[in-house]
Ligand binder design. Structure first.
Ligand SMILES: [Zn+2]
Length: 294
């Protein structure tokens, strides 16, 4: 039953990509596991051959992820995104906007595998960009290849040009591609994965208190170190959280892993926290009512 459900959901995820006119990405993904490359026809030979294979005794490989290319980095690397699930509630998750936060870098692929295997609840569609800053990941730098902190390059009213903020909002190809993809997806909530020396914690921007509480309650049940932190306490002009959360009013949850840990260290808590966040989104619990405390 679990396997059937995973297959159905994986098929649904692929269907969503077709709907987004990314047929090329789908074909490539199917070809990777041989499913689309079989031209042996409907005869019995293929069936006999398949039946003769020894049964798998290992953990099944995660289904292929139907990646789409949404842009290119300053050094020409692909910026990839994938959508999982077909629900009406839309959750956007991004990671590695800072290339030197290794725990966050390693978490993107874990999320992709889990969601490709069906860990997205009914009623929700999740879009994942696992590496916003691939040049920074390769160089192990916070900034992009031009020395710009992508998390200071968004068009907030208090954007400050120059230095590592970039000369203008969305001057960096990575930030521009991400902003275009977020706008096209129309998220109800955005989750940004980072790593911080004081982690692990989750910080809401905009009306994201309910999501912060859901994520942290579940994560803290696995690792009690997890906590909700309110505002960081200093201005972050041009940050993604300030732009989408405060300027546009979309709930943004910044999830800060422990900087000294690995993605695998964090995974049980992150998996639980993300599942709780998706469940809250599916239940329509995500928006803080106007005038509510906090
Ligand atoms: Zn960061």
């Amino acid at each position: 039953m679990t396997g059937n459900r995973a297959s159905i959901l994986a098929a649904a995820a692929i269907g969503a990509v077709v709907g987004a006119a990314a047929a090329t990405a789908m074909v490539l993904a199917l070809g990777a596991d041989g499913g689309a490359a079989d031209t042996s026809g409907p005869g019995t030979t293929a069936a006999i051959t398949a039946a003769a294979q020894p049964p798998s005794t290992t953990v099944p490989e995660p289904p292929a992820v139907a990646w789409e290319v949404i842009g290119r980095s300053g050094q020409g690397r692909d910026l990839r995104a994938a959508t999982f699930g077909t629900g009406e509630v839309r959750v956007y998750v991004l990671s590695a906007i800072h290339g030197d936060e290794r725990a966050a870098v390693g978490t993107g692929p874990l999320l992709a595998d889990a969601w490709a295997a069906g860990a997205v609840p009914d009623g929700v569609a999740v879009r994942l960009v696992p590496e916003v800053n691939p040049d920074g990941v390769v160089a192990a730098t916070r900034a992009d290849a031009a020395g710009v902190d992508l998390n200071r390059n968004f068009p907030t009213p208090d954007f400050e040009p120059g230095g590592d903020h970039g000369g203008a909002p969305l001057s960096e190809p990575e930030a521009a591609a991400l902003a275009a993809d977020i706008e096209a997806f129309g998220p109800d909530v955005i989750v940004a994965l980072h790593a911080h020396w004081d982690g692990p914690f989750a910080e809401p921007d905009g009306p994201a208190d309910t999501y912060a509480a859901a994520f942290v309650e579940a994560a803290a049940a696995v690792d009690p170190a997890w906590e909700v932190r309110p505002e960081v306490g200093y201005p972050t002009p041009g940050s993604l959280g300030t732009y989408y959360g405060k300027t546009l009013g979309i709930p943004v949850l910044t999830v800060e892993l422990r900087r000294t840990g690995t993605a695998e260290d964090h995974w049980p808590a992150v998996r639980a926290g993300m599942a709780a966040l998706l469940a809250a989104a599916a239940g329509g619990e995500g928006v803080t009512p106007p005038g509510a405390p906090g």
